[in-house]
Design a protein around this ligand. Structure first.
Ligand code: NAP
Length: 522
Protein backbone atom coordinates (compact mmCIF):
# COMPACT_ATOMS: atom_id res chain seq x y z
CA UNK A 1 0.00 0.00 0.00
CA UNK A 2 1.39 3.46 -0.88
CA UNK A 3 1.90 6.22 1.65
CA UNK A 4 -0.65 9.02 2.11
CA UNK A 5 1.10 12.36 2.59
CA UNK A 6 -0.11 14.39 5.55
CA UNK A 7 -0.75 18.13 5.74
CA UNK A 8 0.86 20.36 8.38
CA UNK A 9 -1.61 22.96 9.65
CA UNK A 10 -2.27 24.67 13.00
CA UNK A 11 0.87 23.07 14.38
CA UNK A 12 -0.17 19.46 13.69
CA UNK A 13 0.10 16.84 10.98
CA UNK A 14 -3.34 15.91 9.65
CA UNK A 15 -4.38 13.36 7.08
CA UNK A 16 -6.92 14.26 4.38
CA UNK A 17 -10.37 12.85 5.09
CA UNK A 18 -10.79 10.88 1.85
CA UNK A 19 -8.74 8.33 -0.08
CA UNK A 20 -6.85 11.08 -1.88
CA UNK A 21 -5.40 11.47 -5.35
CA UNK A 22 -2.50 9.38 -6.59
CA UNK A 23 0.94 10.84 -7.31
CA UNK A 24 2.43 8.97 -10.25
CA UNK A 25 5.83 8.08 -11.62
CA UNK A 26 5.74 9.71 -15.10
CA UNK A 27 8.18 7.10 -16.48
CA UNK A 28 6.52 3.88 -15.33
CA UNK A 29 3.04 5.06 -14.42
CA UNK A 30 3.26 3.51 -10.92
CA UNK A 31 1.36 5.08 -8.00
CA UNK A 32 3.92 6.52 -5.54
CA UNK A 33 1.82 8.19 -2.85
CA UNK A 34 -1.58 9.76 -2.31
CA UNK A 35 -2.49 13.29 -1.27
CA UNK A 36 -5.66 14.80 0.05
CA UNK A 37 -6.66 18.13 1.54
CA UNK A 38 -10.22 16.96 2.23
CA UNK A 39 -11.39 18.11 5.63
CA UNK A 40 -8.47 20.51 6.18
CA UNK A 41 -9.77 23.54 8.06
CA UNK A 42 -8.18 26.32 6.00
CA UNK A 43 -9.83 29.06 8.06
CA UNK A 44 -8.30 27.73 11.29
CA UNK A 45 -4.94 27.08 9.58
CA UNK A 46 -4.67 30.68 8.38
CA UNK A 47 -5.84 32.05 11.72
CA UNK A 48 -3.23 29.97 13.59
CA UNK A 49 -0.48 31.19 11.26
CA UNK A 50 -1.63 34.82 11.65
CA UNK A 51 -2.08 34.74 15.43
CA UNK A 52 0.66 32.35 16.55
CA UNK A 53 3.22 32.19 13.74
CA UNK A 54 3.33 35.87 12.75
CA UNK A 55 3.90 37.42 16.20
CA UNK A 56 6.61 34.88 17.10
CA UNK A 57 8.45 35.51 13.85
CA UNK A 58 8.20 39.27 14.28
CA UNK A 59 9.66 39.07 17.79
CA UNK A 60 12.86 38.11 16.04
CA UNK A 61 15.08 40.60 14.21
CA UNK A 62 15.84 40.39 10.48
CA UNK A 63 19.25 39.05 11.42
CA UNK A 64 17.76 36.26 13.55
CA UNK A 65 15.29 35.33 10.84
CA UNK A 66 18.15 35.27 8.34
CA UNK A 67 19.89 32.76 10.63
CA UNK A 68 16.75 30.60 10.49
CA UNK A 69 16.96 30.58 6.68
CA UNK A 70 20.57 29.42 6.87
CA UNK A 71 19.55 26.60 9.20
CA UNK A 72 16.68 25.58 6.90
CA UNK A 73 19.20 25.45 4.04
CA UNK A 74 21.45 23.20 6.17
CA UNK A 75 18.56 20.82 6.91
CA UNK A 76 17.64 20.63 3.24
CA UNK A 77 21.26 20.14 2.19
CA UNK A 78 21.65 17.24 4.62
CA UNK A 79 18.64 15.46 3.07
CA UNK A 80 19.56 16.20 -0.55
CA UNK A 81 19.81 12.57 -1.66
CA UNK A 82 16.24 11.83 -0.51
CA UNK A 83 14.99 14.82 -2.49
CA UNK A 84 16.83 13.72 -5.63
CA UNK A 85 15.12 10.33 -5.33
CA UNK A 86 11.68 11.92 -4.94
CA UNK A 87 12.31 14.24 -7.92
CA UNK A 88 13.36 11.22 -9.98
CA UNK A 89 10.31 9.20 -9.04
CA UNK A 90 7.59 11.87 -8.99
CA UNK A 91 8.83 14.28 -11.67
CA UNK A 92 10.96 11.93 -13.80
CA UNK A 93 13.91 14.30 -13.33
CA UNK A 94 17.46 13.41 -14.31
CA UNK A 95 19.93 14.52 -11.65
CA UNK A 96 20.85 17.69 -13.55
CA UNK A 97 17.18 18.76 -13.70
CA UNK A 98 16.57 17.91 -10.04
CA UNK A 99 19.63 20.00 -9.12
CA UNK A 100 18.05 23.14 -10.57
CA UNK A 101 15.03 22.64 -8.35
CA UNK A 102 16.67 21.32 -5.17
CA UNK A 103 20.10 22.98 -5.14
CA UNK A 104 18.51 26.11 -6.62
CA UNK A 105 16.28 26.26 -3.53
CA UNK A 106 19.19 25.77 -1.12
CA UNK A 107 21.23 28.40 -2.95
CA UNK A 108 18.35 30.89 -2.80
CA UNK A 109 17.79 30.28 0.93
CA UNK A 110 21.51 30.80 1.60
CA UNK A 111 21.51 33.94 -0.53
CA UNK A 112 18.64 35.43 1.53
CA UNK A 113 20.31 34.31 4.76
CA UNK A 114 23.34 36.36 3.74
CA UNK A 115 21.39 39.36 2.49
CA UNK A 116 19.13 39.27 5.55
CA UNK A 117 22.12 39.36 7.88
CA UNK A 118 22.92 42.85 6.56
CA UNK A 119 19.56 44.10 7.89
CA UNK A 120 20.69 43.66 11.48
CA UNK A 121 18.58 43.86 14.59
CA UNK A 122 15.84 46.24 13.46
CA UNK A 123 12.12 45.62 13.38
CA UNK A 124 11.24 47.54 10.22
CA UNK A 125 12.79 49.00 7.07
CA UNK A 126 13.23 52.52 5.77
CA UNK A 127 12.29 53.60 2.26
CA UNK A 128 14.18 56.76 1.42
CA UNK A 129 15.24 59.74 3.54
CA UNK A 130 13.11 62.15 5.62
CA UNK A 131 11.44 64.87 3.55
CA UNK A 132 10.25 68.27 4.80
CA UNK A 133 6.49 68.87 4.47
CA UNK A 134 6.53 72.48 5.71
CA UNK A 135 8.46 75.59 4.71
CA UNK A 136 10.89 74.96 7.54
CA UNK A 137 12.34 71.59 8.63
CA UNK A 138 10.09 71.12 11.68
CA UNK A 139 7.48 68.77 10.19
CA UNK A 140 8.62 65.94 7.98
CA UNK A 141 7.68 62.68 6.32
CA UNK A 142 9.45 59.33 6.60
CA UNK A 143 8.49 56.22 4.65
CA UNK A 144 8.73 52.96 6.57
CA UNK A 145 8.06 49.41 5.42
CA UNK A 146 6.66 47.18 8.16
CA UNK A 147 6.06 43.40 7.96
CA UNK A 148 2.51 42.40 7.00
CA UNK A 149 0.39 40.96 9.80
CA UNK A 150 -1.15 38.19 7.67
CA UNK A 151 -0.01 34.98 6.02
CA UNK A 152 2.00 34.43 2.84
CA UNK A 153 -0.13 31.96 0.90
CA UNK A 154 2.25 30.36 -1.59
CA UNK A 155 0.45 28.58 -4.43
CA UNK A 156 2.90 26.86 -6.74
CA UNK A 157 3.15 25.22 -10.15
CA UNK A 158 4.08 21.57 -10.65
CA UNK A 159 7.41 22.16 -12.37
CA UNK A 160 9.39 23.53 -9.39
CA UNK A 161 8.08 21.83 -6.23
CA UNK A 162 11.25 22.76 -4.31
CA UNK A 163 12.64 26.03 -5.69
CA UNK A 164 9.11 27.38 -6.21
CA UNK A 165 8.41 26.94 -2.50
CA UNK A 166 11.67 28.25 -1.05
CA UNK A 167 12.26 31.19 -3.40
CA UNK A 168 8.98 32.57 -2.07
CA UNK A 169 9.26 31.33 1.53
CA UNK A 170 12.77 32.79 2.01
CA UNK A 171 11.78 36.48 1.58
CA UNK A 172 8.45 35.91 3.39
CA UNK A 173 10.06 34.35 6.48
CA UNK A 174 12.88 36.91 6.41
CA UNK A 175 10.20 39.60 6.43
CA UNK A 176 8.54 38.04 9.48
CA UNK A 177 5.49 36.74 7.62
CA UNK A 178 4.36 33.12 8.23
CA UNK A 179 3.94 30.82 5.25
CA UNK A 180 1.19 28.47 4.15
CA UNK A 181 2.39 26.49 1.14
CA UNK A 182 0.06 24.90 -1.36
CA UNK A 183 2.22 22.97 -3.85
CA UNK A 184 0.73 21.70 -7.12
CA UNK A 185 -0.94 18.37 -6.47
CA UNK A 186 0.91 16.35 -9.13
CA UNK A 187 4.39 16.87 -7.60
CA UNK A 188 3.54 17.76 -3.99
CA UNK A 189 5.67 15.00 -2.50
CA UNK A 190 9.00 16.85 -2.66
CA UNK A 191 7.66 20.04 -1.06
CA UNK A 192 5.84 18.01 1.59
CA UNK A 193 8.97 16.03 2.47
CA UNK A 194 11.07 19.18 2.73
CA UNK A 195 8.57 20.81 5.08
CA UNK A 196 8.42 17.59 7.10
CA UNK A 197 12.22 17.70 7.54
CA UNK A 198 12.21 21.38 8.50
CA UNK A 199 9.37 20.84 10.99
CA UNK A 200 11.17 17.82 12.47
CA UNK A 201 14.27 19.97 13.00
CA UNK A 202 12.14 22.32 15.17
CA UNK A 203 13.86 25.42 13.82
CA UNK A 204 10.89 27.68 13.31
CA UNK A 205 8.36 29.00 15.81
CA UNK A 206 4.93 27.25 15.77
CA UNK A 207 2.70 28.52 12.98
CA UNK A 208 5.57 29.92 10.90
CA UNK A 209 5.36 27.20 8.24
CA UNK A 210 2.34 25.15 7.12
CA UNK A 211 1.70 23.02 4.07
CA UNK A 212 -1.40 21.59 2.45
CA UNK A 213 -1.04 18.98 -0.29
CA UNK A 214 -4.00 18.37 -2.54
CA UNK A 215 -6.62 20.73 -3.88
CA UNK A 216 -7.04 24.33 -2.75
CA UNK A 217 -10.68 23.77 -1.81
CA UNK A 218 -12.07 26.81 0.03
CA UNK A 219 -8.60 28.19 0.92
CA UNK A 220 -9.17 31.55 -0.74
CA UNK A 221 -12.56 32.07 0.95
CA UNK A 222 -10.62 32.77 4.17
CA UNK A 223 -8.15 35.29 2.82
CA UNK A 224 -8.09 38.71 4.52
CA UNK A 225 -6.65 42.08 3.59
CA UNK A 226 -3.53 41.39 5.66
CA UNK A 227 -2.56 38.27 3.71
CA UNK A 228 -0.55 38.03 0.54
CA UNK A 229 -1.03 35.43 -2.19
CA UNK A 230 2.07 34.60 -4.18
CA UNK A 231 0.92 32.47 -7.10
CA UNK A 232 2.85 30.67 -9.83
CA UNK A 233 0.95 28.77 -12.52
CA UNK A 234 -1.12 29.14 -15.62
CA UNK A 235 -2.77 32.38 -16.75
CA UNK A 236 -6.14 30.66 -16.47
CA UNK A 237 -5.77 29.81 -12.76
CA UNK A 238 -4.28 33.26 -12.15
CA UNK A 239 -7.45 34.80 -13.54
CA UNK A 240 -9.56 32.67 -11.16
CA UNK A 241 -7.46 33.75 -8.19
CA UNK A 242 -7.54 37.43 -9.07
CA UNK A 243 -11.30 37.42 -9.47
CA UNK A 244 -12.03 35.30 -6.41
CA UNK A 245 -14.71 37.15 -4.37
CA UNK A 246 -12.78 37.17 -1.06
CA UNK A 247 -9.55 38.27 -2.77
CA UNK A 248 -11.42 41.08 -4.53
CA UNK A 249 -13.52 42.06 -1.47
CA UNK A 250 -10.49 42.39 0.84
CA UNK A 251 -8.11 43.72 -1.83
CA UNK A 252 -5.78 40.93 -0.76
CA UNK A 253 -2.34 41.48 -2.17
CA UNK A 254 -1.56 39.08 -5.04
CA UNK A 255 1.64 38.45 -6.93
CA UNK A 256 1.10 36.50 -10.13
CA UNK A 257 3.79 34.59 -12.02
CA UNK A 258 2.04 33.15 -15.05
CA UNK A 259 2.98 31.77 -18.43
CA UNK A 260 5.16 33.35 -21.05
CA UNK A 261 6.39 33.17 -24.66
CA UNK A 262 9.99 34.15 -24.05
CA UNK A 263 12.24 35.06 -26.96
CA UNK A 264 15.89 34.57 -27.84
CA UNK A 265 17.15 36.94 -30.53
CA UNK A 266 20.22 36.46 -32.68
CA UNK A 267 21.63 39.90 -33.50
CA UNK A 268 21.81 41.00 -37.16
CA UNK A 269 25.55 41.49 -36.70
CA UNK A 270 26.29 37.80 -36.08
CA UNK A 271 28.01 35.91 -38.92
CA UNK A 272 27.12 32.27 -39.73
CA UNK A 273 30.39 31.21 -38.07
CA UNK A 274 30.08 33.72 -35.21
CA UNK A 275 30.56 32.72 -31.58
CA UNK A 276 27.17 34.20 -30.66
CA UNK A 277 25.38 31.96 -33.18
CA UNK A 278 26.91 28.90 -31.57
CA UNK A 279 26.00 30.20 -28.10
CA UNK A 280 22.38 30.81 -29.15
CA UNK A 281 22.08 27.30 -30.59
CA UNK A 282 23.45 25.73 -27.40
CA UNK A 283 21.17 27.84 -25.23
CA UNK A 284 18.07 26.98 -27.27
CA UNK A 285 18.78 23.24 -27.04
CA UNK A 286 19.46 23.55 -23.31
CA UNK A 287 16.23 25.44 -22.76
CA UNK A 288 14.22 22.96 -24.84
CA UNK A 289 15.52 19.90 -23.02
CA UNK A 290 16.21 20.90 -19.39
CA UNK A 291 13.21 19.73 -17.34
CA UNK A 292 11.79 18.58 -20.71
CA UNK A 293 11.08 22.23 -21.47
CA UNK A 294 8.83 22.64 -18.42
CA UNK A 295 10.26 25.97 -17.35
CA UNK A 296 8.31 29.20 -17.38
CA UNK A 297 11.45 30.99 -18.56
CA UNK A 298 12.24 28.55 -21.39
CA UNK A 299 12.88 29.94 -24.88
CA UNK A 300 9.68 29.48 -26.90
CA UNK A 301 10.38 31.79 -29.87
CA UNK A 302 13.78 32.02 -31.56
CA UNK A 303 14.20 35.15 -33.67
CA UNK A 304 16.98 35.05 -36.25
CA UNK A 305 17.86 37.21 -39.26
CA UNK A 306 16.20 35.61 -42.32
CA UNK A 307 19.63 35.06 -43.90
CA UNK A 308 20.71 32.89 -40.94
CA UNK A 309 17.50 30.85 -40.62
CA UNK A 310 18.72 27.71 -42.36
CA UNK A 311 22.10 27.69 -40.57
CA UNK A 312 20.46 28.02 -37.16
CA UNK A 313 17.74 25.44 -37.96
CA UNK A 314 20.31 22.85 -39.05
CA UNK A 315 22.56 23.51 -36.04
CA UNK A 316 19.70 23.12 -33.54
CA UNK A 317 18.43 20.04 -35.33
CA UNK A 318 21.89 18.42 -35.25
CA UNK A 319 22.12 18.92 -31.49
CA UNK A 320 18.56 17.75 -30.79
CA UNK A 321 19.22 14.52 -32.71
CA UNK A 322 21.90 13.65 -30.15
CA UNK A 323 19.74 14.13 -27.03
CA UNK A 324 19.14 10.82 -25.26
CA UNK A 325 15.60 10.60 -23.93
CA UNK A 326 14.27 7.99 -21.52
CA UNK A 327 14.21 6.75 -17.95
CA UNK A 328 16.49 9.05 -15.94
CA UNK A 329 17.51 6.06 -13.78
CA UNK A 330 19.84 5.36 -16.71
CA UNK A 331 22.74 7.85 -16.25
CA UNK A 332 23.08 8.27 -20.02
CA UNK A 333 19.64 9.84 -20.24
CA UNK A 334 19.71 13.62 -20.76
CA UNK A 335 15.99 14.32 -20.96
CA UNK A 336 13.18 12.69 -18.99
CA UNK A 337 9.42 12.76 -19.49
CA UNK A 338 7.03 15.61 -18.86
CA UNK A 339 5.29 15.40 -15.52
CA UNK A 340 2.17 13.39 -16.37
CA UNK A 341 0.15 11.79 -19.13
CA UNK A 342 -2.27 14.72 -19.11
CA UNK A 343 0.64 17.14 -19.49
CA UNK A 344 1.92 14.98 -22.37
CA UNK A 345 -1.48 15.26 -24.04
CA UNK A 346 -1.51 19.02 -23.50
CA UNK A 347 1.98 19.38 -25.05
CA UNK A 348 1.06 17.21 -28.03
CA UNK A 349 -2.11 19.21 -28.51
CA UNK A 350 -0.01 22.41 -28.38
CA UNK A 351 2.39 21.04 -31.01
CA UNK A 352 -0.58 20.28 -33.27
CA UNK A 353 -1.85 23.84 -32.84
CA UNK A 354 1.54 25.29 -33.71
CA UNK A 355 2.00 22.87 -36.62
CA UNK A 356 -1.23 24.16 -38.07
CA UNK A 357 0.60 27.35 -39.07
CA UNK A 358 4.25 26.18 -38.91
CA UNK A 359 6.58 23.74 -40.61
CA UNK A 360 8.03 21.04 -38.34
CA UNK A 361 11.83 21.19 -38.62
CA UNK A 362 12.51 18.41 -36.14
CA UNK A 363 10.50 16.06 -33.92
CA UNK A 364 6.77 16.24 -33.44
CA UNK A 365 6.47 12.44 -33.54
CA UNK A 366 4.62 10.33 -31.00
CA UNK A 367 6.88 7.29 -31.53
CA UNK A 368 10.58 7.84 -31.07
CA UNK A 369 13.56 6.11 -29.56
CA UNK A 370 13.73 5.90 -25.78
CA UNK A 371 16.37 4.53 -23.42
CA UNK A 372 14.96 2.01 -20.91
CA UNK A 373 11.42 3.31 -21.24
CA UNK A 374 8.17 2.44 -22.87
CA UNK A 375 6.53 5.20 -24.91
CA UNK A 376 3.03 4.04 -23.99
CA UNK A 377 3.62 3.89 -20.20
CA UNK A 378 5.69 7.07 -19.87
CA UNK A 379 4.81 10.72 -20.47
CA UNK A 380 7.57 11.35 -23.01
CA UNK A 381 7.54 14.06 -25.66
CA UNK A 382 10.04 14.31 -28.49
CA UNK A 383 11.88 17.66 -28.61
CA UNK A 384 10.18 19.57 -31.38
CA UNK A 385 11.46 22.51 -33.41
CA UNK A 386 9.06 24.37 -35.68
CA UNK A 387 9.45 27.27 -38.07
CA UNK A 388 7.04 29.99 -39.18
CA UNK A 389 7.88 31.79 -42.42
CA UNK A 390 5.93 34.97 -41.71
CA UNK A 391 5.92 35.57 -37.95
CA UNK A 392 4.04 38.87 -38.18
CA UNK A 393 1.08 36.91 -39.56
CA UNK A 394 1.31 34.07 -37.06
CA UNK A 395 -1.21 33.67 -34.27
CA UNK A 396 -0.61 30.48 -32.29
CA UNK A 397 3.15 31.12 -32.18
CA UNK A 398 2.53 34.27 -30.12
CA UNK A 399 -0.37 32.88 -28.14
CA UNK A 400 0.06 29.20 -27.25
CA UNK A 401 2.55 28.38 -24.50
CA UNK A 402 3.45 24.73 -25.12
CA UNK A 403 4.86 23.74 -21.73
CA UNK A 404 7.30 21.11 -22.97
CA UNK A 405 10.41 20.65 -25.18
CA UNK A 406 9.08 22.83 -27.97
CA UNK A 407 10.28 26.04 -29.64
CA UNK A 408 9.63 27.89 -32.90
CA UNK A 409 12.12 29.56 -35.22
CA UNK A 410 11.04 32.92 -36.59
CA UNK A 411 12.93 34.88 -39.28
CA UNK A 412 13.13 38.67 -39.10
CA UNK A 413 14.09 41.29 -41.70
CA UNK A 414 15.63 43.95 -39.46
CA UNK A 415 15.98 44.71 -35.77
CA UNK A 416 12.81 46.85 -35.67
CA UNK A 417 10.85 43.88 -36.99
CA UNK A 418 12.47 41.58 -34.43
CA UNK A 419 11.26 43.88 -31.64
CA UNK A 420 7.73 43.98 -33.12
CA UNK A 421 7.64 40.18 -33.19
CA UNK A 422 8.94 39.98 -29.59
CA UNK A 423 6.19 42.35 -28.42
CA UNK A 424 3.52 40.09 -29.96
CA UNK A 425 4.07 37.83 -26.92
CA UNK A 426 2.22 40.53 -24.93
CA UNK A 427 4.61 40.51 -21.99
CA UNK A 428 7.15 37.84 -21.09
CA UNK A 429 9.51 36.85 -18.31
CA UNK A 430 12.73 37.03 -20.29
CA UNK A 431 14.27 37.97 -23.63
CA UNK A 432 17.82 37.04 -24.47
CA UNK A 433 19.90 38.76 -27.11
CA UNK A 434 22.98 37.14 -28.65
CA UNK A 435 25.13 39.81 -30.20
CA UNK A 436 28.69 41.04 -30.43
CA UNK A 437 27.57 44.59 -31.20
CA UNK A 438 27.12 46.88 -28.20
CA UNK A 439 24.75 49.12 -30.18
CA UNK A 440 22.43 46.16 -30.87
CA UNK A 441 22.56 45.17 -27.19
CA UNK A 442 21.77 48.72 -26.12
CA UNK A 443 18.82 49.13 -28.51
CA UNK A 444 17.42 45.70 -27.63
CA UNK A 445 17.67 46.27 -23.88
CA UNK A 446 15.80 49.56 -23.93
CA UNK A 447 13.22 48.36 -26.46
CA UNK A 448 12.52 45.01 -24.76
CA UNK A 449 12.63 46.07 -21.11
CA UNK A 450 9.07 47.52 -21.09
CA UNK A 451 7.61 44.13 -22.07
CA UNK A 452 10.11 41.77 -20.42
CA UNK A 453 10.95 41.30 -16.75
CA UNK A 454 14.52 40.44 -17.64
CA UNK A 455 16.72 41.15 -20.68
CA UNK A 456 19.73 38.84 -20.90
CA UNK A 457 22.53 39.89 -23.26
CA UNK A 458 25.17 37.37 -24.34
CA UNK A 459 28.29 38.19 -26.33
CA UNK A 460 31.12 35.85 -27.29
CA UNK A 461 33.21 37.12 -24.36
CA UNK A 462 30.70 36.01 -21.70
CA UNK A 463 29.88 32.64 -23.26
CA UNK A 464 31.36 30.78 -20.28
CA UNK A 465 30.27 33.08 -17.48
CA UNK A 466 26.73 34.09 -18.45
CA UNK A 467 24.13 32.79 -15.99
CA UNK A 468 21.78 31.28 -18.61
CA UNK A 469 18.64 32.54 -20.34
CA UNK A 470 16.29 30.44 -18.23
CA UNK A 471 18.09 30.50 -14.87
CA UNK A 472 16.37 32.63 -12.29
CA UNK A 473 19.05 34.15 -10.06
CA UNK A 474 17.94 35.55 -6.69
CA UNK A 475 19.92 38.77 -7.29
CA UNK A 476 17.77 39.70 -10.32
CA UNK A 477 14.02 40.24 -10.35
CA UNK A 478 11.84 37.46 -11.70
CA UNK A 479 8.46 38.23 -13.24
CA UNK A 480 7.11 39.97 -16.27
CA UNK A 481 4.28 42.25 -17.37
CA UNK A 482 1.11 41.40 -19.29
CA UNK A 483 0.48 37.73 -19.94
CA UNK A 484 3.48 36.85 -17.73
CA UNK A 485 1.26 37.89 -14.82
CA UNK A 486 2.59 41.32 -13.86
CA UNK A 487 4.33 39.92 -10.78
CA UNK A 488 7.76 40.52 -9.33
CA UNK A 489 9.78 38.17 -7.16
CA UNK A 490 13.38 37.99 -5.94
CA UNK A 491 15.80 40.76 -7.05
CA UNK A 492 17.75 40.76 -3.78
CA UNK A 493 16.10 42.63 -0.92
CA UNK A 494 13.51 44.07 -3.34
CA UNK A 495 11.66 40.77 -2.75
CA UNK A 496 10.84 41.88 0.79
CA UNK A 497 8.53 44.61 -0.50
CA UNK A 498 5.79 42.08 -1.27
CA UNK A 499 5.69 41.10 2.40
CA UNK A 500 5.84 44.61 3.85
CA UNK A 501 3.39 47.51 4.01
CA UNK A 502 4.77 50.89 3.07
CA UNK A 503 3.51 53.69 5.31
CA UNK A 504 4.31 57.40 5.24
CA UNK A 505 4.91 58.59 8.81
CA UNK A 506 4.45 62.33 9.20
CA UNK A 507 5.45 64.20 12.33
CA UNK A 508 7.93 66.37 14.22
CA UNK A 509 11.39 66.07 12.71
CA UNK A 510 13.25 65.09 15.93
CA UNK A 511 10.82 62.21 16.55
CA UNK A 512 11.11 60.94 12.99
CA UNK A 513 14.89 61.29 13.22
CA UNK A 514 15.01 59.03 16.29
CA UNK A 515 12.80 56.48 14.53
CA UNK A 516 14.94 56.60 11.39
CA UNK A 517 18.03 55.84 13.49
CA UNK A 518 16.40 52.58 14.57
CA UNK A 519 15.66 51.45 11.03
CA UNK A 520 17.58 50.17 8.09
CA UNK A 521 17.90 51.99 4.81
CA UNK A 522 17.13 49.64 1.87
P1 NAP B 1 -1.91 25.57 -12.71
O1 NAP B 1 -2.72 24.43 -13.19
O2 NAP B 1 -2.39 26.94 -12.99
O3 NAP B 1 -1.74 25.35 -11.13
C1 NAP B 1 -0.93 26.18 -10.34
C2 NAP B 1 -1.31 26.06 -8.88
O4 NAP B 1 -2.59 26.63 -8.67
C3 NAP B 1 -1.40 24.61 -8.39
O5 NAP B 1 -0.90 24.53 -7.08
C4 NAP B 1 -2.90 24.36 -8.42
O6 NAP B 1 -3.30 23.34 -7.55
C5 NAP B 1 -3.39 25.70 -7.94
N1 NAP B 1 -4.80 25.98 -8.21
C6 NAP B 1 -5.55 25.52 -9.24
N2 NAP B 1 -6.81 26.03 -9.13
C7 NAP B 1 -6.82 26.81 -8.02
C8 NAP B 1 -7.82 27.60 -7.37
N3 NAP B 1 -9.05 27.69 -7.86
N4 NAP B 1 -7.50 28.26 -6.25
C9 NAP B 1 -6.25 28.18 -5.74
N5 NAP B 1 -5.26 27.45 -6.30
C10 NAP B 1 -5.54 26.79 -7.44
O7 NAP B 1 -0.42 25.50 -13.28
P2 NAP B 1 0.52 24.23 -13.41
O8 NAP B 1 -0.05 23.35 -14.48
O9 NAP B 1 0.81 23.63 -12.08
O10 NAP B 1 1.88 24.90 -13.91
C11 NAP B 1 2.20 25.16 -15.26
C12 NAP B 1 2.05 26.63 -15.59
O11 NAP B 1 2.76 27.40 -14.64
C13 NAP B 1 2.63 27.00 -16.93
O12 NAP B 1 1.72 27.79 -17.63
C14 NAP B 1 3.88 27.80 -16.60
O13 NAP B 1 4.24 28.78 -17.54
C15 NAP B 1 3.50 28.42 -15.32
N6 NAP B 1 4.70 28.74 -14.54
C16 NAP B 1 5.05 30.05 -14.37
C17 NAP B 1 6.18 30.38 -13.64
C18 NAP B 1 6.59 31.81 -13.43
O14 NAP B 1 7.43 32.04 -12.57
N7 NAP B 1 6.07 32.77 -14.15
C19 NAP B 1 6.96 29.37 -13.07
C20 NAP B 1 6.57 28.05 -13.27
C21 NAP B 1 5.43 27.75 -14.00
P3 NAP B 1 -3.58 21.84 -8.12
O15 NAP B 1 -2.28 21.33 -8.63
O16 NAP B 1 -4.06 21.13 -6.90
O17 NAP B 1 -4.61 21.99 -9.20
Amino acid sequence: MCVKLTNYVSGSWVEGADGGEPLLDPVRGAVLARVSSAGVDYRAALQYAREIGGPSLRQLTYEQRAQLLARIADVLASNRETYYRIALENSGSPKSDAAIDIDGAIYTLRYYAKEGATLGKRGFLLDGPMTALAKDESFQSLHVAVPLRGVAILINAFNFPSWGLWEKAAPALLSGVPVLAKPATATAWLAQRMVEDVVAAALLPPGALSIVCGRAGDLLDHVTGTDVIAFTGSAETAQRIRSHPAVARHSARTNIEADSLNVAILGPDVEASGAELDLLVKEVVKEMTIKAGQKCTAIRRILVPASRLETVAQAIRARLEKIRIGDPRNPEVQMGPVVSKSQQESVQDGIRRLAHECRVVYGGGEHFELLDADVSAGAFVQPTLLEHERPLEGRAIHDVEVFGPVATLLPYRDLAEAFTIAHLGRGSLVASVFTGDAAVAHAAALELAPTHGRVHVVSGEVGRTQSGHGNVMPMSVHGGPGRAGGGQELGGLRALKLYHQLSALQGPAPWLGTLADQAVQT
